[in-house]
Design a protein around this ligand. Structure first.
Ligand code: ZN
Length: 145
């Protein structure tokens, strides 16, 4: 299977069967994101401990397949990460989408890297960049609260 096909399959899968959908129990922080260009909306819920480690994370939202897949992938990869690492992963992701810099984090396993990389194709479609980055910007504001 070509890498492009694998990436498409991952996005389709996460778009159709979003992981961690709904309000997680005992969430402590939340934030909403909106992408007026496409009509995408996301609401991220996170249970943070006193050091802002992400104990649990989930989302609700509606919009295009890319926006849902991106939010789903985010919750999948970020669950259990501490504050510093979560911020590094967010920055890595935004650099990947906006500047095509590869994900190099050793703390992510190959599955997680492949899952994140599946969204890298949107850089060729400027209209879709906001669809892919919305959830990540929203998580960033969840963590800053
Ligand atoms: Zn969209």
């Amino acid at each position: 299977m070509e890498l492009k096909e694998l990436y498409q399959e991952i996005i389709l899968d996460h778009g159709k069967n979003p992981r961690n959908f709904g309000k997680c129990k005992n969430f402590t922080n939340d934030a909403k994101g909106h992408n007026p260009l496409c009509g995408d909306r996301v609401h991220i819920f996170a249970q943070l401990d006193k050091d802002k480690k992400i104990l649990d994370i989930s989302f609700e939202g509606e919009g295009c397949a890319i926006s849902l897949a991106s939010a789903s992938i985010l919750t999948d990869v970020l669950k259990g990460k501490d504050f510093n690492l979560a911020n590094i992963i967010i920055n890595n992701f935004l650099n990947l989408i906006k500047e095509n810099k590869p994900i190099t984090l050793n703390s992510l396993n190959d599955d997680q890297k492949t899952t994140i990389m599946s969204l890298s194709g949107v850089k060729d479609f400027p209209m879709r960049v906001k669809c892919a980055t919305m959830a990540w910007h929203t998580l960033s504001s969840v963590l800053q609260k």
